[in-house]
Design a protein around this ligand. Structure first.
Ligand code: GLU
Length: 417
């Protein structure tokens, strides 16, 4: 039977509904949370290097602002769409809530393939998007950040464009900026650091010695590669990784730093010396202790899940596991560390960056990392306690913790009776 994959918007609605029901909330709570408060579609013309004009489409969704201004990344991807952006903004609300940040959820995207754009074209798309969003975003309203295929340079162009629009420098507009323009030390590695802290805590709970553990990474980009580095620092061995162009598998282990150098030179991890190519399905079926999905949504499906042999899955990506796969993994007793918790390190250090921008006073890398570690460990313990208390999966537990805080905030604001 062909597998019907729900789109991320339907998936997140299901997760919210379940949590609202389990918490015994009145129907109005779900009615508010099942869609964004505000979401816009923009289109804007961009001059290409050959002099032609191309019109790009983009979106920004602000899901819920009960806990604070909307916060979340901007992705540049050819396959993105409005529903995906809305879903990702919804996950951001609960991601911020579960780790206790004073933010609501936001997300944006431009439908484009950055790999086919020249640097100048990429700059014009970035600036054009910010002009088109105009006053929809702002440092106290909705604060973007990097996401899939966007980076600190793109943030720099965007903050520059917004500053020009406002007439003065506006570093707090968005996070994930270069250090010189008000970025925070440790932001670049934060998603990975957060994910590996959570994996470390989870490993303790099941008595898994990370020094003897093996792992595989799906998506060797920013979150995936740095997660691999930190897993290596903790003594674990990477046996496989992949990216959009192919994979690399070596049961003897591969040094993630060397793989990352190979990728920088060859544009892919594929072909790394001593490894053989491996498909995503094969990677997820490897006899490893830990899997780190760090690519796009819906990569762990119901056809992949039955073959998973790992004890822990640390979701560095947003929405990597379909609900059907989730059920299979839960039945098998795999410890799935849910995205809204395991990928929250990035937005946590984004929050630190924004605080530093508002204070105009900057922290050391050690301060950033130790504050991040405290927040991640505390959030993991809170979710783990809920998981034990209610006998639900860690994902359901994370949603219970997160939805409850948002609902309490909505009640205090008078949005619920
Ligand atoms: N794009 C990242 C995420 O999905 C970071 C968002 C942010 O820093 O605001 O969590």
């Amino acid at each position: 039977m062909a597998e019907k994959t729900l789109n991320p918007f339907e998936i997140v609605q299901g997760q919210i509904k379940k949590a609202c029901d389990q918490l015994g909330l009145e129907p109005a709570a779900y009615d508010i949370l099942k869609q964004p408060e505000r979401a816009i579609e923009v289109s804007f013309p961009v001059e290409m290097d050959d002099g032609t004009i191309k019109v790009f489409t983009g979106w920004r969704s602000q899901h819920n602002t009960a806990l604070g201004p909307a916060k979340g990344g901007l992705r540049f991807h050819p396959d993105t769409n409005f529903d995906e952006v809305k879903a990702l903004s919804m996950w951001m609300t609960f991601k911020c809530s579960v780790v206790g940040l004073p933010y609501g959820g936001g997300k944006g995207a431009v439908k484009c393939n950055p790999k086919e754009l020249s640097p100048r074209e990429l700059e014009r798309v970035s600036r054009g998007f910010i002009r088109a969003l105009g006053d929809f975003i702002g440092p106290l309203k909705d604060i973007p950040a990097p996401d899939v295929y966007t980076n600190a340079q793109i943030m720099a162009w965007m903050v520059d464009e917004f500053s020009a629009m406002k007439g003065f420098p506006n570093p707090g507009l968005l996070t994930g900026k270069p250090i010189l323009l008000g970025g925070s030390l440790g932001r670049n590695t934060a998603t990975a650091r957060g994910c590996t802290y959570v994996i470390r805590e989870a490993a303790k709970k099941i008595g898994l010695d990370l020094k003897k553990a093996t792992y595989a990474v799906n998506g060797f980009g920013n979150a995936g590669a740095y997660s691999a580095f930190f897993m290596k620092d903790m003594g674990a061995k990477m046996v496989a990784c992949n990216d959009s162009k192919g994979g690399a598998y070596n049961p003897e282990g591969m040094d993630p730093v060397a793989v990352s150098q190979w990728k920088a030179e060859h544009g892919t991890v594929k072909g790394f010396p001593g490894s053989r190519d491996i498909s995503t399905e094969e990677l997820y079926a490897l006899p490893v202790d830990i899997l780190i999905p760090a690519a796009l949504e819906n990569t762990i499906t119901q056809s992949v899940a039955p073959n998973v042999k790992a004890k822990i899955i640390g979701e560095a990506a947003n929405g990597p596991t379909t609900p059907e796969a989730d059920e299979i993994l839960n039945k098998k007793g795999v410890m799935v560390l849910p995205d809204i918790l395991a990928s929250a390190g990035g937005v946590t250090v984004s929050y630190f960056e924004w605080v530093q921008n508002l204070m105009n006073f900057y922290w050391t890398a050690e301060e950033v990392d130790s504050r991040l570690e405290n927040i991640m460990v505390k959030a993991f313990e809170e979710v783990y306690a809920m998981h034990k208390e209610k006998g639900v999966s860690l994902r359901e537990a994370a949603f219970l913790v997160a939805v409850k805080k948002v609902a309490d905030a909505m009640r205090l604001r008078g949005w619920l009776s």
